[in-house]
Design a binder for this molecule. Sequence first.
Ligand code: FES
Ligand code: FES
Length: 162
Amino acid sequence: MSTQLNINRKPQTVDAAEDTPLLWVLRDTLDMKGTKYGCGIGACGACTVLMDGKPIRSCQTPISQVTGKITTIEGLADNGKLHVLQQTWIDLDVAQCGYCQAGQILAASALLAEKPKPTDADILSAMTGNICRCATYNRIKAAIHQAAGTHTETKGDANVRS
Ligand code: FES
Ligand code: FES
């Protein structure tokens, strides 16, 4: 079956069963490997993409339920200019293995779009569903604050979730 999608500002026609998870379409059909498969059950956030600016779990979203414009990590940059979060992620060397980080950045971008000056509590609330097995949470929090021009309210290496 043919489904019309809008991915990173481009229309895409996809031939796949309507219950196919968006994640598979992104990775296998469209060869966009930036979005990661972690748990496959909506529990880790590695597969996070944006639909009309809101984070969704692409592993749990059949293409029949894709009703808005999708942004993946490949589409976050604008005309080749990195999103401020991507640049800050690089500047602060946030990633360790990197596997979770596309999902983290997209979740953070949705947060900043909604709350340009987030508090620690805002960050914790928005990011809590995005798991990092390398425990980069403190650097993620610092990067979000730096990108937002706010200061980190807590000091030290304590995990943002502790
Ligand atoms: S792979 Fe989708 S939430 Fe884990
Ligand atoms: S950087 Fe390794 S899982 Fe997050």
